[in-house]
Design a protein around this ligand. Structure first.
Ligand code: SF4
Ligand code: SF4
Length: 387
């Protein structure tokens, strides 16, 4: 990987003083357009339409402001970021201002020429998502034909262009038994890193919870497979392994703590502390069309709301682990209890933890229902009076 070249300015120092630190990463959701329709997509159920997207100049301004603020890494995401024809113009500016650029892509729209051009303009890293390594199952999960062969091509091009590659493998009950083959596939592609990430149940995945939830025994088996592969592939490929919250005893430090390290900019410029934050009531999301990233990071109501520890209730308020897990996920706490200040039910100290576990166990035992595919809602016809 290339060296990171953070831009340290007075502005970055001020932001760091005000908020403890400047954000390390910014997730730029360039568009919600995507030719795939994965039922676990982390995009919101209400997808943003192309006619609301930030312009090229607006995204370039976001890149400059991010660097000034002290952001180190830009994750160019979507939807499918290569669906933006101006991706090259955005990458060029991000690279010029010293940001480490990571393209998170399903790969199916890329050509080798385009990838080479992106590299020439400064793209540092490619993160290629896969649905499965069985062609028919990959097509079923993504509702897209021929995707796996295209991913093989993209993986090969990335290596031919001598770029670092991460394979991103979301895991769920429809592909979990193929994990050993998924790991082999990543090695064959020459990936230096694999993210084996059990699906987290927000947005589309929450809609598809019963279709996606594996059993506890399956999850434990994946942990053993990853441990064995980690050992066997030392020096060849590194692993990031994310377990599903439903079978955990303590929650993960969601986003590394609210408003602590990550900003998420949606296609239309709304700035969120996490990609699921729009599911929470009472938050006001500022837009990069109206305010600077710096103002939003330091003073944005949505960033302030759950930053630090003041908002916590017991058991988190007095728990020594709060410094490490920040009480878990606000969005999951709200989705399961109706109050975002409650302890994340993934924690064994949550009064509803057992119910939470039971939901997963029962869902995994039932026959998997059909997927609800990620699709843009049809535009509603206007009533004559509105037209
Ligand atoms: S998860 Fe699937 S549908 Fe969602 S953006 Fe990625 S490839 Fe597209
Ligand atoms: S009580 Fe709160 S801070 Fe303590 S382990 Fe559980 S979620 Fe973390």
């Amino acid at each position: 990987m290339n060296d990171l070249t953070p831009v340290q300015t007075q502005e970055a120092q001020t932001a760091a003083e005000a908020c403890g630190r400047a954000p390390v990463g910014l997730l730029a959701e360039l568009t919600h357009k995507c030719p795939l329709q994965c039922p676990y997509c982390s995009n919101p159920v209400e997808l943003e339409r192309a006619n609301t997207e930030l312009t090229t100049a607006e995204w370039q301004s976001v890149m400059r402001q991010a660097a000034d603020l002290g952001v180190l890494q830009i994750h160019l995401s979507g939807g499918e970021p290569t669906a933006r024809r101006d991706l090259e113009d955005i990458v060029q500016v991000a690279s010029e201002v010293g940001l480490y650029t990571n393209l998170i892509t399903a790969g199916v729209l890329l050509t080798k020429e385009r990838l080479a051009k992106l590299k020439d303009l400064g793209l540092d890293h490619v993160q290629l998502s896969i649905q499965d390594v069985d062609d028919a199952n990959a097509e079923r999960i993504s509702a897209y034909k021929g995707g796996l062969q295209k991913k093989r091509d993209v993986g090969r091009w990335v290596k031919e262009l001598d770029m670092p590659l991460t394979v991103n493998a979301p895991l769920h009950r429809a592909n979990i038994e193929n994990l050993p083959n998924i790991i082999d596939f990543a090695v064959e592609l020459g990936a230096g890193r694999i993210e084996v990430a059990h699906v987290q149940y927000y947005a589309w995945a929450l809609k598809n919870r019963s279709a996606l939830m594996p059993s506890r025994a399956q999850v434990i088996k994946t942990a053993h497979i990853v441990e064995e592969a980690k050992e066997r592939l030392k020096g060849i490929m590194t692993f990031d392994f994310v377990v599903p919250d439903y079978y955990a005893k303590t929650p993960k430090p969601c986003m590394g703590g609210w408003g602590r390290g990550i900003m998420n900019v949606t296609p239309s410029g709304r700035v969120l502390p996490c990609h699921a934050a729009e599911t929470l009531p009472g938050l006001e999301f500022d837009n990069v069309r109206d305010k600077t990233l710096r103002e939003i990071w330091i003073n944005g109501q949505a960033f302030q709301k759950y930053r630090g520890f003041e908002w916590m209730q017991d058991p988190c308020k007095t728990c020594p682990k709060r410094e490490f897990d920040f009480g878990g996920c606000r969005c999951q706490a709200f989705a399961m209890t109706g109050d975002a200040t409650n302890v994340d039910p993934a924690c064994s100290l949550s009064p509803i933890h057992q119910d939470f576990v039971q939901i997963a166990e029962e869902a995994s035992k039932q026959e998997a229902p059909a997927f609800v595919y990620r699709r843009m809602a049809p535009v509603k016809a206007k009533a004559p009076a509105e037209a």
